[in-house]
Structures are given as structure tokens and as C-alpha cells.
Design a protein around this ligand. Sequence first.
Ligand code: GTP
Ligand code: MG
Length: 374
Amino acid sequence: MGNDKKPEWYDPDDPRQFQSVVRKGISPPENGGDSRSVKRSRFVKKSRLDIDVEELAGQIQDGSRTSLARGITLVESNAEHHFQKAQQLLEKLLPKTGNAIRIGITGVPGAGKSTFIEAFGTYLCNLGHKVAVLAVDPTSSLTGGSILGDKTRMETLARNPQAFIRPSPSGGKLGGVHRKTRETMLLCESAGFDVILVETVGVGQSEVIVRDMVDFFMLLVLTGAGDELQGMKKGIMELADAVIINKADGDNVAKADKTRREYGRILHFLQPATKGWETKALTCSSLYGTGISDIWRLISEFEHSTQQSGVFAERRRLQTKEWIHSMIMDQLQFSFFHHPDVKTLLPKAENEVISGSRPVAAAVDELFKAYLGL
Ligand SMILES: Nc1nc2c(ncn2[C@@H]2O[C@H](COP(=O)(O)OP(=O)(O)OP(=O)(O)O)[C@@H](O)[C@H]2O)c(=O)[nH]1
Ligand SMILES: [Mg+2]
């Protein structure tokens, strides 16, 4: 890495997290240089490290976007000392959270998620809502997230002062993407955002993760989906509170309506995602804005009816409980595999088991004894 410096949030215990470097800049001259620039660089470094949690919490609640972004950066950091600060910050802000409607959006690549969020988010801002858009990207730990693509596709919304768009965090220890996105959601709520949109590409696990953190979950699909319908995993449909057939415009309107009826028939036979709520199929055009208001009406209806029945609050209680459990699992896994004795013994244990000289359970038992210091 030559002369490159690692950023201050770098965690030396876990090189896996390390995705960027700070290039060495031009150093001020040792003697006789401009003393002002030296002072300034010292000042910048200090202010970045000394985070005043009390002050930051106040600024976030006052609606400062810069402070919100700083808070989120703290939550997303993989450094242990930032983790502690982030938890203090969350503790301060917790009383201000929970007042938003949390909406998950999924769909295959090209279904129109970004275009939909642009239209739907802008519509909500015009109604006076404050909208935060977050993303869970299962590929982000490899690619660093699809930041640029989405920001350019949500150009109008990104410029709207009532909206806040945050690309997907990358993984790491201490709970990974799941924790980071949930905590970011809480920070946004404490900053007064009352609609949270969480987007994810519909590939496997990420829908389940998002379903577990939102109140309402919608699946965006395309028309002419006869084949798609058959191929689509029943599991995904059973997570959804609404199926939205997008691109219902131009020549596609009639086809979209036919697809809507087909989905309606199938949904009728599936287990609903939310107790007491029949999953609906609707059409919309994200490009022309048609059907967008109906979707918001449906979500409001959903919120009202599940609040009345108690299902809304019950789901949030279960989600929080589930969150605790998943974080425990994450931490256990991390601490086990990073335990020095486990690291030493594991390769030998694997070889012995593979060569057939030791039973699996005996090898695992030995590893756990080493981990627990028994
Ligand atoms: N005609 C029409 N085209 C649309 C509509 N919504 C999206 N599109 C087009 O469909 C293409 C894909 O839309 P995106 O919003 O990028 O889709 P996405 O689901 O975000 O895709 P990924 O980010 O790759 O997962 C773009 O060319 C959009 O212009 C719509 O309502 N009508
Ligand atoms: Mg997109």
C-alpha cells in the first residue's frame, strides 16, 4: 500500500472491512511554511475524532442534514470506538424514533424501483411529508454499493429539501448491513422523516431482511408476467402486502391490467403477509405518475387498519425482538471465528474431519471448549 494512509475509522483487528485508503496529500513544509495551514489541518483532525454526542443528537433533532449524515457515518463505521459513540447517540435519540411509516420496496433489476421511488417520494414530499430513502444492497460488500446509478436515477428527489437519500452501507462485523440500516432508519426518524422507504433488489435473502424491518412491504413487478408468475417464488409473494405492476403506460396499459387480475387471483390463495390484511395488486406508471396516489391511499388504509387491530404494534415488537436475536448471532459468530485459539485449532480440526480421522461433533466440541476457555 506504499505511502497510503488508512482512514481513521480503520479497524486493525479486521482487515476484511477495509475498502478504501486515504492517499497521502501534500505535507506542509517542516520549517518556515505557512503556519495557518498546519493549524487548520490539526483542527480538522481533532474535530473529526472528538464527536460530541450530545451536541450531534441535538443537531440531528433540529433537522440538520449534515449532522444526520455524520450520525449515519458513525453508525456505518466499522471501528470499535465509533460503534460505542453511535450507540450513545442512538440512546439519546431513541425517544424521538418510531413515528414514521416504514415501507420496503423490492423487485427484480429493471422493474423500476428507482423510478418508482423518484415518483412516489416526490409525490409524498408534495403532500408535505419528509421522506428518507435507504437501500439494502446484497452486493454492496463486494462492489461498494450502486450509489451513483441510483442517485442519478432519483435526481429530482435527491434535490428535494424534504427528501434524504442514503445509499447502502457495506457489511462488516457488529451486525453488518442489517444493524446499520435499522439504526440509520432510527436516526432519520429522530430527524423528523415520517416516511422511510427501504429499497432492495429482489435477490434472495435481502427481501427477508427488509421485510423484518418495515411495516409495509411491496413487490414491484412487470407486465406480461405470465411466465414470471409461474417462475416467481411463492415465498416472495407471501412477504408482500401489495404487488405493484409497474410500467402501466402506453401500449402496456391493457396488459398491465390483465397481469393485475392474474396476480389478484393467485394472491387470493396465498398466505397473507400481514394478519387481517389481504394483499392487493395495483398498477402504476412510475414514469407518468399514474396510480401513485392509489398506492399511498392503500398504504394509509393498511396503516389505519393494522393500527386498529394491534397488528402494527405487534409486528414492531416482534421485529425488535428478532433484531436482538440476530445481533447476538452476529456477535457470537464474529467472536467465535476471531478467537485466537479457535483460529489456531480450526484448520487442523477441519483436516482431521475431512480425512475421516475425527467425528465432526468431537472437533466442534474441542473448538468450543477452546473458545470458552474450558
Ligand atoms: N415505460 C415505463 N418505463 C419505466 C417505468 N418505470 C421505470 N421505467 C424504465 O425502466 C428502466 C429500469 O428502471 P429503474 O428504475 O432503473 O429500475 P430498477 O428496478 O431500479 O433497476 P435496478 O436498479 O437495476 O435494480 C428504466 O429505463 C426506466 O426508465 C414506467 O413506469 N414506465
Ligand atoms: Mg435501481
